[in-house]
Design a protein around this ligand. Structure first.
Ligand code: TXA
Ligand code: MG
Length: 413
C-alpha cells in the first residue's frame, strides 16, 4: 500500500461492487456457507478488502444495509485502534462486532472447535432466539456476555471495558461476503468522522476519511439509511438502547413474551458518576457544521398556518444572526410536503432551498443523512430547518437522530 505525506496516511481507493452479483444460500447466515459471485470485478474487490482485514492492522469501509461501516478485525487490538484513530472516536464508546453467520460467531468468538452443528444457539441467551430467528440477517444488534479469556479472543478494545459486547449479522450482501470471505468478525462503527452524520454513500465516507483509510467498497446507497436497533435482553425488563432499522413495535411483536414490556432508553445525558449503559448516547452525534433547527408539527394547525409560522421563524433566525445567513436549507416531510420557495415569499435575504425527505417513515430514514450532508457539504447552508415527525414506528429512530443533530432542541409548530 503506497503511503502518503504526514496528514494523509493512504491514497484512499474506491472500488465498485455490485451487490446483486453476490449469491448466498438461504441458510448461509446460520451455517456459514460461502457466497458465489457472478461478477469477477466485484469478487476481486471483496477479496482485496478481505486481505487487508486479515493480513494488516488497517481498516476498510464497506456498505451495510443501514449505513457504511469502517471495519477492522474484532480480534486484533491494533485494527480496533486503527478504527478509533481514523474516526477520531472516543475510546470508551464500544463497537459493534459484525459476523456473517451463527457458525462464525461460535467458531471465531466463542472458540468452539469441531462444530458438529454449526447452527447451535448455545452461546446466545434464549431471550434473543425468537428475535434473531426472525430478524437476522438484518439491522438488529444484541448484547452478549463477553466470552471468558480462556475461550474468547475478542479484543477488549471493542467492548471498551463493558461486560457485554454488541453483535449483529448484517443483510447487505457486500458486508456479508466481506466478513464471510475474511472469516473474521469485523468491528465496525459507522464510517463517518466522529460527530458527523453517518454515511449512506461511498462519497460520504470519502469526504470524511480520505487519506485516513486505504479502501472503500462502493455498493451504492444504503437501503435502510440509519443504524441498527441495539437491544439488551440481559437486563430485566429488556431495553431498547438505540432505536434503529427495526422498529420498537417490531421488537415487541416478534420478540416473544420477554420483550412485551421492553423499555426504551430515553435519557439523553448522564447524571454525574452514573454508569454508561450505551456509551454512544453521551456524545455529540449526527451534527452538520450548519446550525440545525428541528420543527415538531403539533398536528392542530393547518398547512397555511404552519407556513406562516415557518416564515416568521426564518425571519427571526436571520435577525438573531444579524442577517449573516446566506443560505438556508429546508428539509420537509409529511406536513410541509409540496412546500415551494414561492410559498415562503422571500423578498430578499438568504437563498432558500427546499428538499423533500419523503412522506413515509421508510423513505425519510433512507434520505435523512444524505439530505443533511448535501445541505451542509454541497449547498453550504448556514441553517438547516428540518420538519420532524411523530415517534411511532420509524419515527422513533428518525427523531432520535434529528434531536441529536439539533443539539436536543426543537420548536413546536
Ligand atoms: O447499523 C449499525 O449498527 C452500524 C453499521 C456499520 O453496522 N454501526 C454502528 O456502529 O452504528 P456505531 O459504533 O456507530 O454505534 C454502536 C452503538 C453505540 O451507540 C454504542 O455505544 C453501542 O452501539 N454499543 C456497542 N457496544 C455496546 C455494549 N457492549 N453495551 C451497550 N452499548 C453498546
Ligand atoms: Mg455512529
Amino acid at each position: 500500500m503506497r503511503k502518503m505525506s504526514s496528514q494523509s496516511l493512504f491514497e484512499t481507493k474506491i472500488l465498485k461492487v455490485d451487490p446483486n452479483s453476490i449469491i448466498f444460500t438461504a441458510n448461509a447466515h446460520i451455517d456459514g456457507s460461502l457466497p458465489t459471485f457472478t461478477d469477477p470485478q466485484s469478487e476481486a474487490a471483496i477479496r482485496e478488502a478481505s486481505e487487508i482485514l486479515k493480513s494488516s492492522d488497517n481498516t476498510v469501509a464497506f456498505p451495510t444495509e443501514t449505513v457504511y461501516g469502517l471495519g477492522g478485525s474484532s480480534l486484533n487490538d491494533n485494527s480496533v485502534l486503527s478504527i478509533y484513530r481514523a474516526k477520531n472516536r472516543p475510546s470508551d464508546n464500544p463497537l459493534i462486532t459484525h459476523v456473517s453467520s451463527i457458525d462464525q460467531l461460535n467458531r471465531t468468538i466463542y472458540g468452539v472447535k469441531n462444530l458438529k452443528d454449526g447452527s447451535t444457539l448455545n452461546n446466545i441467551p434464549e431471550v434473543y432466539h425468537a428475535l434473531i430467528k426472525k430478524l437476522w440477517p438484518g439491522p438488529l444488534t444484541i448484547l452478549l456476555p463477553v466470552p471468558s479469556q480462556e475461550v474468547g479472543t475478542l479484543s477488549k478494545l471493542t467492548t471498551a471495558g463493558q461486560a457485554t459486547f454488541a453483535v449483529r449479522v448484517p443483510s447487505n450482501p457486500i458486508a456479508r461476503a466481506l466478513i464471510a470471505i475474511s472469516d473474521t468478525p469485523i468491528a465496525a462503527p459507522s464510517a463517518n468522522a466522529s460527530t458527523r452524520p453517518s454515511p449512506t454513500l461511498a462519497s460520504h465516507v470519502y469526504h470524511d476519511l480520505k487519506g485516513k483509510i486505504p479502501l472503500i467498497l462502493d455498493g451504492g446507497p444504503c437501503s435502510v439509511g440509519l443504524e441498527s436497533t441495539v437491544v439488551d435482553g440481559l437486563c430485566s425488563p429488556p431495553m431498547l438502547l438505540r432505536p434503529g432499522g427495526f422498529t420498537y413495535e417490531q421488537i415487541i411483536a416478534l420478540g416473544g413474551k420477554s420483550w412485551s414490556n421492553c423499555k426504551v432508553e430515553r435519557r439523553k445525558t448522564l447524571e454525574d458518576g452514573e454508569k454508561v449503559r450505551t456509551p454512544g448516547m453521551k456524545y455529540k452525534h449526527y451534527s452538520p457544521s450548519a446550525k440545525v433547527m428541528l420543527l415538531l408539527p403539533s398536528g392542530s394547525s393547518s398547512k397555511q398556518e404552519k407556513i406562516a409560522k415557518l416564515k416568521n421563524l426564518i425571519k427571526e433566525q436571520c435577525q438573531e444572526n444579524k442577517d449573516n445567513y446566506k443560505k438556508i436549507a429546508i428539509l420537509t416531510s409529511s406536513q410541509l410536503a409540496g412546500l415551494s420557495v414561492e410559498d415562503l415569499e422571500p423578498e430578499s435575504g438568504p437563498l432558500l432551498t427546499i428538499e423533500s425527505l419523503g412522506i413515509r417513515g421508510e423513505e425519510i430514514q433512507a434520505n435523512l443523512f444524505a439530505a443533511l450532508r448535501k445541505a451542509d457539504e454541497i449547498d453550504l447552508a448556514d441553517l438547516i430547518v428540518i420538519e420532524g415527525i411523530g415517534e411511532q414506528d420509524e419515527g422513533l429512530a428518525i427523531m432520535n437522530r434529528l434531536l441529536k443533530a439539533a443539539g436536543n432542541e426543537y420548536i413546536s409548530f
